[in-house]
Design a protein around this ligand. Structure first.
Ligand code: AMP
Length: 381
C-alpha cells in the first residue's frame, strides 16, 4: 500500500472515554488490537472495554505524552480535545485525523468559514463578537435567526432561536462576551447526515445519507435510506467527500446537513469522528463506522459500506430511567431488535445511555419497529 500499516496486535490510543470510544474499542478488539484510553474519568464507557484506562486531565501534558508513547496511533472521540493536548500527542504518535481537523471543527466560525472558502454550500452565517455585530448581522439575516456560541456547544447547548427584537433583548445577555455566530434560520424539509471515512491513501467511502430527527435538540431517531431523491443523496455524499478531501481527513468524519424546501443541501456542522446517527451501521452495514475508524487510522483498506437492509436507530436517554431500570427483557422480546448500552452509571435526563436498532423491509417499518421496542421500556410511575 506504499505506507506503514499498523497491524492487528498493535495498541491504539483513544482520547475521550464516552460511548463513541467504547464502540471504537469493541471494533478494534474484534480486529485483534489493544486499546488504551485517556480521559479525566474512571470506569468510563470506553475504559470498561479497553486494555488500559488512564485517568488524567487533558491538560496534563506529561500524562498525554506518556500515553501517546505507549500506542501506535492516537485518535479521538470528541472535537473539544484542547489544542495543546493534540499537539503533545502528535509529537509522540501519529494523530489521526490531524490536529488541523480539530482546529477547524471545534469552533463554528472557523468551521463555516472553511466550508465557505472551499466552495462547499453552508448555512449563511455572521461572526458575532459584540451587540453591534449582532444588530448588523440581523439587518442582513432578518428574523428568524439562530444565535450560537462559537465553541464548545453540542446537542443544542448554547443556542437561541431569535424571532424578534424581544428575543434578542432576552437572549443577548447569555452571549455577551462570548465568541458567537449568527446563522440564518433554515426552513428545512429534513436533516440528513453523511458519515464518511477516508484512508491513509485517500480512499473515500461513506454511509448515507442517514435521515435524522431531533427532540429537544438531541438526536432521537435515525433511519436509512433517507427519504430524499437521488440528486439530493448524491449531492450530500459529494459534499462529504469534498469535506474529507479538503480537510485531508484520515479517519471518520460526519457531515450534518439540512435539505431545504427548494431542494438545496447545506452543511450545518461537522463532527470529526463517528456520529450518533451512524450507530445503525453496526447492525445494518457490512462494515460499521467504528470498524471503519479503526481501519482508517491504522492505514488498512477500508471496508465495504454497503447496507444490508433498511434500518432505524432510537436513542435511549436518561429520562427512561425515571422510575428505575428500564424493562430490557420486554424490549428484547422483540427478538429482531438490537440493544446497545454504554455502561454509564448515572442516568441523568438528556444523557445518552444507549440505543436500539431495528432492521425492516422499508425504513418506515424499521422506524415503527424500533419505536415499538422503545415504548415498552419505561416502568410505570
Ligand atoms: P447544532 O448543534 O448546530 O447541530 O444544532 C442542533 C439542531 O438545532 C439542528 O440539528 C437543527 O435541528 C437545529 N438548528 C440548528 N441550526 C439551525 C439553523 N440555522 N436553522 C434551523 N435549525 C437549526
Amino acid at each position: 500500500m506504499g505506507h506503514e500499516v499498523i497491524e492487528p496486535g498493535a495498541t491504539l490510543g483513544m482520547l475521550g472515554s464516552g460511548q463513541l470510544g467504547r464502540m471504537f474499542a469493541i471494533a478494534a478488539r474484534r480486529l485483534g488490537y489493544r486499546v488504551h484510553v485517556l480521559s479525566p474519568d474512571r470506569d468510563s464507557p470506553t475504559g470498561q472495554v479497553a486494555d488500559l484506562e488512564v485517568t488524567a486531565a487533558y491538560e496534563d501534558l506529561e500524562a498525554v505524552a506518556q500515553f501517546a508513547r505507549g500506542v501506535s496511533v492516537v485518535t479521538y472521540e470528541f472535537e473539544n480535545v484542547p489544542a495543546p493536548t493534540a499537539l503533545e500527542a502528535a509529537r509522540h504518535a501519529p494523530l489521526r485525523p490531524g490536529g488541523h481537523v480539530l482546529e477547524v471543527t471545534q469552533q463554528r466560525v472557523r468551521e463555516k468559514s472553511f466550508l465557505r472558502d472551499a466552495g462547499i454550500p453552508v448555512t449563511p452565517f455572521w461572526p458575532v463578537d459584540s451587540r453591534a455585530d449582532l444588530d448588523a448581522a440581523l439587518t442582513t439575516s432578518g428574523f428568524p435567526a439562530v444565535l450560537k456560541t462559537a465553541g464548545g456547544g453540542y446537542d443544542g447547548k448554547g443556542q437561541a432561536l431569535l424571532r424578534s427584537m424581544a428575543d434578542v433583548e432576552a437572549q443577548w445577555p447569555a452571549f455577551e462576551g462570548i465568541e458567537s455566530i449568527l446563522e440564518a434560520f433554515i426552513d428545512f424539509t429534513c436533516e440528513v447526515s453523511v458519515v464518511g471515512a477516508r484512508g491513509l491513501d485517500g480512499t473515500f467511502v461513506s454511509y448515507g445519507p442517514i435521515q435524522n430527527s431531533h427532540a429537544n435538540h438531541i438526536l432521537d431517531i435515525s433511519f436509512v435510506p433517507a427519504a430524499v431523491d437521488a440528486r439530493v443523496a448524491t449531492e450530500a455524499v459529494e459534499i462529504a467527500r469534498a469535506v474529507l478531501e479538503e480537510l485531508d481527513v484520515v479517519g471518520v468524519l460526519c457531515v450534518e446537513l439540512f435539505v431545504t424546501r427548494d431542494g438545496r443541501v447545506l452543511v450545518n456542522e461537522l463532527a470529526p469522528r463517528p456520529h450518533n446517527s451512524g450507530h445503525l451501521t453496526i447492525d445494518a452495514y457490512v462494515t460499521c463506522q467504528f470498524e471503519q475508524q479503526v481501519r482508517a487510522v491504522c492505514g488498512l483498506p477500508l471496508g465495504a459500506a454497503e447496507a444490508l437492509r433498511p434500518a432505524a436507530m432510537a436513542n435511549l436517554l436518561g429520562e427512561l430511567w425515571a422510575n428505575g431500570e428500564p424493562r430490557w427483557d420486554r424490549a428484547l422480546e422483540l427478538s429482531d431488535v438490537k440493544l446497545h448500552l454504554y455502561g454509564k452509571a448515572a442516568a441523568r435526563p438528556g444523557r445518552k445511555m444507549g440505543h436500539l436498532t431495528a432492521l425492516g423491509g422499508t425504513p418506515e417499518a424499521a422506524v415503527a419497529r424500533v419505536l415499538e421496542a422503545r415504548s415498552v421500556l419505561p416502568r410505570p410511575s
